[in-house]
Every structure is written in structure tokens, then in C-alpha cells.
Design a protein around this ligand. Structure first.
Ligand SMILES: NC(=O)c1ccc[n+]([C@@H]2O[C@H](COP(=O)([O-])OP(=O)(O)OC[C@H]3O[C@@H](n4cnc5c(N)ncnc54)[C@H](OP(=O)(O)O)[C@@H]3O)[C@@H](O)[C@H]2O)c1
Length: 260
């Protein structure tokens, strides 16, 4: 599809991939709208990129999604692309009894319920457009679980499953459904994982987002940048190889400890 002269809403656009998407899509002559929870981070983006439109909105809050929809569609009736990017990744020790029942599922609200609710709210509007798209950001961890972050992996696998079903259900509409199966990359999200991941395998966000945009332009519905494509092949040829390696780290870090 043509990636210029669109009106694009990106959730979580104040850092990492979201901010990189905002910059590159702006350079391609699109109208770009971003969200985030932190007003000062939104103000900072606005200061550096005055053309980006910013809205404070928490993707894990259904009421905030309704409000966002009403404001965005009123101000930007041409909105035709939604990028579900906002996400959180935590180390979770499943032995840790200090994590309460609400908190243990926090990533589900953000990474899985968030995109599902965003699509549910914005889809009728997107369907009215001649060309439209939804891009959901999943992870190479849909191909191999990362036991250090068990809830995160579950959310991304759930989002992948939902995205594939959504693509089928929207087959006869104008809305194309893309999935970005992102590999580990140098963003603030990964800062907590420096001990768990080898930095030489991390991709630069500008390169990764460049691959994602090219994928959308060429109609590649599942986009595997960098090492994601290797993990994809490895997960078929030797399903447990990478998993066993990742499991070693979690065993060392969590066994015998109550919290991390
Ligand atoms: N970096 C990686 O290695 C990697 C690999 C695979 C997949 N991913 C996925 O890529 C996406 C972007 O991650 P990133 O690495 O760019 O992370 P990041 O730099 O931490 O950025 C996350 C963005 O999401 C926003 N956000 C977080 N929770 C939100 C919420 N509830 N509502 C609205 N906005 C929210 C953050 O802003 P506020 O905190 O101000 O709200 C921020 O703008 C995520 O879905 C992540 O799971 C990342």
C-alpha cells in the first residue's frame, strides 16, 4: 500500500519504535498522531517534532479509548491507519507472592486487551476509508517463549493469534492487517534486560521501523525484521534450541529467589 498522505494513529509514540514510526512516517508526508500516558514525554515529542499531534491516552483503559476515538475522529476524520504499538515488558518471577492479582495481568491489559479494544473502537471508522490498515506490533517471542517474562510472551502470542484471525475476517474490506514480528531492539523497554539478552543481537529501531514500512509498502502482511526471520526458521528446524538457552537464564535468576 501507499505509505504517504495517510492519517496515522500510533499508540505509544513517545519512545522506541513508536517515536521512530512517527518520525519516518512524518518524513513520508503522512499526518501522524501519537498517544502515551505521560504528558511530559508527549510535550517533549511535540517540542522536537511540532508536526506530530499528541494525545494523552492509556491503552489499558477502555474509557480512555472511547474518548481518544471521539477526539481523534473529530479532529482527523481522514484517519485511515492504526498502529497498535504501545506495550510493556516486565521480568516476572512466578514464585513472587507479593505481586497481586491485578498487577500480575497488567501486560494483558496493555499489550493484548489494548490492541483488541483499539481495533474494536476504530474499525467501523477505518472500514469507511478507501484504503486503510492496522499494524499490530508483536515480537519474536511469539516464536519462542521467554521464561523471564511469562506474561509478556503470553500477550504477544495472543495478539498474534488475534491478528491472524482479524486478517481473515477483514479479507473483503478495505482494511489490510499487518503484523510486525519485532526482534529485540535498542529501546527503553529493553533496558531492564541487559543481563538477559546479548546486545550484539539487538537491532537499531530506525532500521527495524524502516523494514516495517517497506513491508507495508510491498504488501507483506507478516513482517520479520532482522533476527526474527532467523528465529522463525530455527523454531521450525530445532524447536527447543533457543527455548532451552533462554530457560537456562531464568533458572539461574529465579530459582531460590522470591522476587526479582
Ligand atoms: N524493544 C524491543 O526489543 C521489542 C521487541 C519486540 C517487540 N517490542 C514491542 O514493540 C512495542 C514498542 O516497544 P518499545 O521497545 O518501543 O518500548 P518503549 O520504548 O518502552 O515504548 C513504549 C511506548 O508505549 C507507551 N505506553 C506504554 N504503556 C502504555 C499504555 N498503557 N497506554 C499508552 N501508551 C503506553 C510508552 O509511553 P508511556 O510510558 O508514557 O505511556 C512509550 O511511548 C511494544 O509493543 C513492545 O512489546 C519491542
Amino acid at each position: 500500500m501507499e505509505i504517504s498522505k495517510n492519517t496515522i494513529l500510533i499508540t505509544g509514540g513517545t519512545s522506541g519504535f513508536g517515536l521512530e514510526f512517527a518520525c519516518q512516517l512524518l518524513n513520508l508526508d503522512n499526518t501522524v498522531i501519537i498517544t502515551g500516558r505521560n504528558q511530559s514525554k508527549l510535550d517533549e515529542v511535540k517540542k522536537h517534532f511540532p508536526k506530530v499531534h499528541v494525545f494523552k491516552s492509556d491503552v489499558s483503559d477502555p474509557k480512555a479509548i472511547i474518548q481518544l476515538y471521539e477526539e481523534v475522529v473529530k479532529q482527523f476524520p481522514d484517519l485511515n491507519i492504526l498502529i497498535n504499538n504501545a506495550g510493556e515488558m516486565r521480568k516476572i518471577n512466578l514464585h513472587d507472592t507479593s505481586i497481586d492479582l491485578e498487577d500480575i495481568t497488567r501486560e494483558i491489559d496493555i499489550n493484548l486487551s489494548g490492541p483488541i479494544r483499539m481495533v474494536h473502537q476504530f474499525l467501523p471508522h477505518l472500514k469507511t476509508k478507501k484504503t486503510a490498515a492496522i499494524l499490530n506490533v508483536t515480537s519474536a517471542l511469539v516464536l519462542v517463549p521467554f521464561p523471564t517474562s511469562p506474561i509478556y510472551g503470553a500477550t504477544k502470542s495472543g495478539l498474534r493469534s488475534y491478528t491472524r484471525s482479524l486478517r481473515v475476517q477483514l479479507k473483503y474490506t478495505s482494511v489490510k492487517v499487518f503484523e510486525l514480528i519485532a526482534p529485540g531492539a535498542n529501546t527503553p523497554l529493553i533496558d531492564k534486560f541487559t543481563d538477559d539478552l546479548d546486545s550484539k543481537y539487538l537491532m537499531q529501531p530506525d532500521k527495524l521501523v524502516g523494514v516495517a514500512i517497506k513491508g507495508m509498502q510491498s504488501g507483506k502482511f507478516e513482517i520479520y525484521p532482522g533476527i526474527s526471520s532467523v528465529v522463525r526458521i530455527m523454531s521450525r528446524l530445532a524447536p527447543n534450541l533457543i527455548f532451552n538457552q533462554l530457560a537456562k537464564n531464568v533458572t539461574a535468576a529465579f530459582l531460590g529467589s522470591k522476587s526479582i
